[in-house]
Structure formats: structure tokens, C-alpha cells
Design a protein around this ligand. Sequence first.
Ligand code: PMP
Length: 431
Amino acid sequence: MNIPTSQALFEKANQFIPGGVNSPVRAFKAVGGTPLFIKSAKGPYIFDEDGNRYLELINSWGPMILGHGHELVEKAVSDAVQHSFSFGAPTRREVEMAERIVGMVPSVEKVRMVNSGTEATMSAIRVARGFTGRDKIIKFEGCYHGHADSFLIAAGSGAVTFGTPDSPGVPKGVAQDTLTAPYNNLEAVQLLVDANPGQIAAIIIEPVVGNMGCVLPETGFLEGLRSICDKEGIIYIFDEVMTGFRLSKGGAQERFGVLPDMTTLGKIIGGGMPVGAYGGKEEIMNYVSPAGPVYQAGTLSGNPIAMAAGLAMLDYLDTHQEIYLQLDQSGVKLAQGFRASMEKLGLNYTVNQIGSMYTLFFTDQVVRDFPSAKSSDLGLYGKYFHAMLNRGIYLGASQFESMFLSTALEDSHLEEIMRANEESLKEILAE
Ligand code: PMP
């Protein structure tokens, strides 16, 4: 791949921006090489500054579920900019947005708009803590909920151990209130709850994980957590920043039929603009200021341009639910194609897929939690990533990411991806 402009830009970026990027995974650190500097994107394609074209399997890490530059979203944004960009006052579209979310996401009765997924999760646990009067939360090893202090916690040496900060700068006092359990392990959660009676405010989970690669909840896991929360008066939070409006119009909760008390949203909800939201049961959300005592605010929250983009996106998804069938079919087709190629090549790597999310893990273990995800051969993933990129396929620059399909991917594109996949596997095996 010829990328002199990206290389020059990255060199300059490193002079002025830490690591040359505004969000770490963009730097290609895990896979090596120079990150592509992107100039534009349309439909299923993304174009770098050197004019190279790639098929998109990242889609801005989720938001572009309809492909890039969808005409309805584009039109909504260009109409909205005619009326100025921000007021810091209530607008009609915020009401329409809230009504639309409540209509689409089964467990949400009231909702507050914010500007990112991180703000959504950070605010949701504050509300859960305020509502319950408890301080501790449980999260799952390998799940990512944004970069607020409470979430940057690794598992330590066991499920019942108190968290230790993953990142310098997270105060120990904050870290010790975050308990971690292995994903898909109900017993470990029960042990934590038993060891901390009356102290757990919330359990927060990615109902389908995207952030250790794509990992699915096993049968009964989400339901089991629901019962533990019910028994112990714990607020059950689904972090649907990735899965919301992606696994179905009502997200993972609709797909699995398990209702949380609170839900966090992001990505698709902004149609590509910086938006997040948190919502839930009315009695809980009424704790949020100014209705209640838990403070949370934002100068740009409910920004009119962002609301226009998000609302156009949600309107489309709500009225075109057949796209979820299309996305499911695309996901299954790719997963089957990958498995068929691997069988042909005598490989036994793991493909996890649900709907339009998937990860090809370079391990032959079943991937059901963080340790099994980490059994992947990361060096091999790096080689695969570059082999795919050289064939014009743009993947997540880490093994621990889910790919996100869009409706802009047609059958011919899927065939191209499967062909590139088989050739890439052959190539890296031959090395
Ligand atoms: N929760 C989940 C499940 C996420 O995947 C992410 C981001 N990838 C976040 C929260 C944080 O969202 P943001 O990057 O918009 O702050």
C-alpha cells in the first residue's frame, strides 16, 4: 500500500498530538505500521489521503450502520446548520429524540442526552450510586465502558479481589469501588455480591461484548444477572453503546429479551456526530438534576446538529426494520465463509458473530471471556490485519475489537471480503 501522505501526516501529528492520534487504538500500535489518514468515505468505502480505497468493516467503530454519507442523515445535518450550531437551550428535536429512544429501546422510560459513550456510562453509575446510596460497582473483565476513572480497572488476581487501577491517574480510592468478575461467570458475580452485602450499587455489562473482540453472553447469563440484581436491589446497567440500534432496533435487550434498569447508548444514536445517552426506569431517571439530586450537565448536550443527524438515523432504523435481517444475513454469510476457508486451509481459528458484529480470533479456543480472548496469537492478527489492508479491507487495528458491518455492504462486497480473507490467511501461513 502506497501511503506517503499518511506517513508525512503521522510524522507531523506526532510533533503536536500525543502519539499522533486523538484516540489510542487509531495509532496502529497493536498491529504495527502507519495509521491511515482518512480523507473521505461514501457508502461501503473509505478513502485515505493518498487516494487508496478500502472496504469498511470499522464504520467509525459502529455509528455508520447505514454506510457512510447516508443521504437522509446528510440532508438532516445540512438543513440543521442553517439555524446555527448550538443554543444551550431546549429544542424541539431533543424532545423528538427522547420520544424516539423511549419508543425503540424497551426498558427506557426517560432519557438524558450527553456527548459521548463515556459520559453516558459515567453518568449512569453516578445515578445508580445516588439512587441506591451505595458506592461499589461490578464490571466484567475485558469489558470497556469508556475512560472514566471507575471503568479503567483490570481484574487483578481473581474475581473476589478488589480492583487495581489499569491506568496511572486513577485514584486507588476510586479503583477499590470497582469490583471485577469474569464474563459469562455467574458464580463469580454471586461471590462478589455475597462478599459485599448491601454495598453494590450497579452491575454494568456489555450485553454482547465488542471490546475484547466480539464475545456473546451464554444462555442464562444475562438472565442470571437480572435475578441477582433483583434480589439484591442492584441497578442492572446494559452498556449498549455498541449494541444499541445495532443488534436490533431496540438493541441487545430486545434481541435477548432481558430488560436492564438502565441503558447507556452512543455511536449510532448520533449518526456519526458526538452523541451519547443514558436512560432507564422513570423512578431512577427522576434522580437526575434538575428533577432530582444527582448532578449531570453539558454545554453542548442535545446539540441541534447532532440531534438532527441522530434523529434522521433513528427514524430510518425504526421505519426500516428489514435492515436488521439484511445485517444478520451479511454477518452469517461472512462467518460461514470464513469458517469454510479455514476448513479448506486446515485452520481452526474461532469466529464469533452475532448480527452485524464479528471477530476472527487467532486461537482455537472457544472465546467466551477475557482469558480465552487473550489466548489469541496477536502477532498473527497483526500480519492478517496488514494482509487484509493490502487487499483493500479496512479492519480494526487490534485483535480485541469487533468489526461492524453496514447495510452498504452488498453481496459482491461480502464476496470480496471473503476472498481477501482466504488469501490473507494463506499468505500469513506461508510466512
Ligand atoms: N461503552 C462501550 C461498550 C464502548 O464500546 C465505548 C467506546 N467504544 C464506550 C462505552 C465509550 O464511548 P465513547 O468512546 O463515545 O466515549
